[in-house]
Write a protein that binds this ligand. Structure first.
Ligand SMILES: [Mn+2]
Length: 317
């Protein structure tokens, strides 16, 4: 572990900086990556953000503010990437070449030469806001919009228990610097594509309850995704739907992958630790939101994860 001051000092000394984000990018990894990229570009440095997957167009209000530049990278930073596997296929070549990782996942696997991780931070963007200040770069509207997006998306619009007073103070700072909070929250939380509405409807149709109604399970198959014509970005956050149900302490979402596997997302309320449940299957994450991958048919994957969740409910509640 190094200090954030040391991260700032190192970045000020470097040039030709490549910033890596995680696959299936969310608002935090993209917001953090672009906020840092724009701040370093303001200092005259050659910087660009890379992602294994296409960055959704809905983030264009800040991603388009970074200059698109090509160069041979001399320094590599990852943001919000807990494990090198999460870099995805296209960026996997950088797995053992990352100089600094900035993250907020307690499960970070310490893969980078230097690591700054703050598990108490609601979003990596919360750390990036401080880093930019430490580097002495003025937070302009573009940077503020990118940081605000990371804060807002990783906290479910400031509703999750990971929110601290510091999260709100950072968000307030960003609004003072010009962040368009109303526009961002409408775009991130209210606006849905028709494909998204369709896949939500189909997914909700699969809902089953276990453990006396305390565990809700839904699934999404490749056929369902195809029928709804849903893209990866249409699927973002779909796994938090189960937690909205009264009496549910654990929500499980299974999503079929191409290779006979299911990507499992577990969302829990305060009484249960989702990362402990997912670690039984080699996964991990946060206390309230974690994931893993299970190989097998839908029924096999469903009964394996449901069994683990029900055991955790019996043991803890
Ligand atoms: Mn994050």
């Amino acid at each position: 572990m190094i200090t954030l001051e040391a991260v700032a000092k190192t970045l000020l000394e470097k040039d030709n900086i490549l910033i890596l984000t995680h696959r299936s990018p969310d608002g935090d990894t993209i917001g953090s990556g672009y906020a840092l990229c724009i701040a370093l570009q303001r200092l005259g440095k050659a910087v660009r953000v890379e992602c294994s997957d296409t960055i959704p167009q809905k983030y264009a209000y800040f991603t388009e503010k970074a200059k698109r530049v090509e160069f041979d990278e001399k320094f590599i930073v990852s943001v919000d990437v807990a494990d090198t596997q999460l870099l995805g296929d296209r960026l996997s070549v950088y797995a053992d070449k990352i100089d600094i990782c900035i993250d907020h996942h307690g499960s970070n696997t310490h893969y980078a030469k230097d690591l700054y991780v703050e598990p108490g931070a609601a979003a990596t963007a919360q750390i990036i806001a401080r880093l930019i200040r430490l580097m002495g770069v003025e937070t302009d509207r573009d940077i503020a919009n990118a940081v605000f997006t990371g804060l807002s998306t990783d906290t479910g619009c400031f509703r999750y228990t990971n929110v601290t007073s510091e999260t709100h103070r950072t968000a307030a700072d960003m609004i003072d610097c010009g962040a368009e909070s109303g526009m961002i929250n409408r775009l991130m939380f209210e606006t849905k594509s028709r494909a998204r509405m369709d896949i939500e409807r189909r997914t909700l149709d699969t809902m089953e309850f276990f453990a006396g109604g305390r565990c809700a399970v839904v699934y999404t198959t490749l056929d369902m995704i195809k029928s709804a014509d849903a893209s990866d970005s249409d699927m973002e956050g779909i796994s938090s739907m189960t937690r909205q149900i009264e009496g549910v302490v654990a929500g499980v979402t299974l999503r079929e992958q191409e290779n006979g596997r299911f990507k499992i997302s577990v969302r829990t309320t305060d009484e249960l630790d989702a990362s402990v449940i997912c670690s039984e299957f080699g996964g991990g994450g946060h206390k309230a939101a974690a994931g893993c991958v299970i190989k097998g048919t839908l029924d096999e994957a469903k009964s394996a994860i449901t069994g683990a969740v029900c055991r955790a409910i019996e043991e803890n509640i």
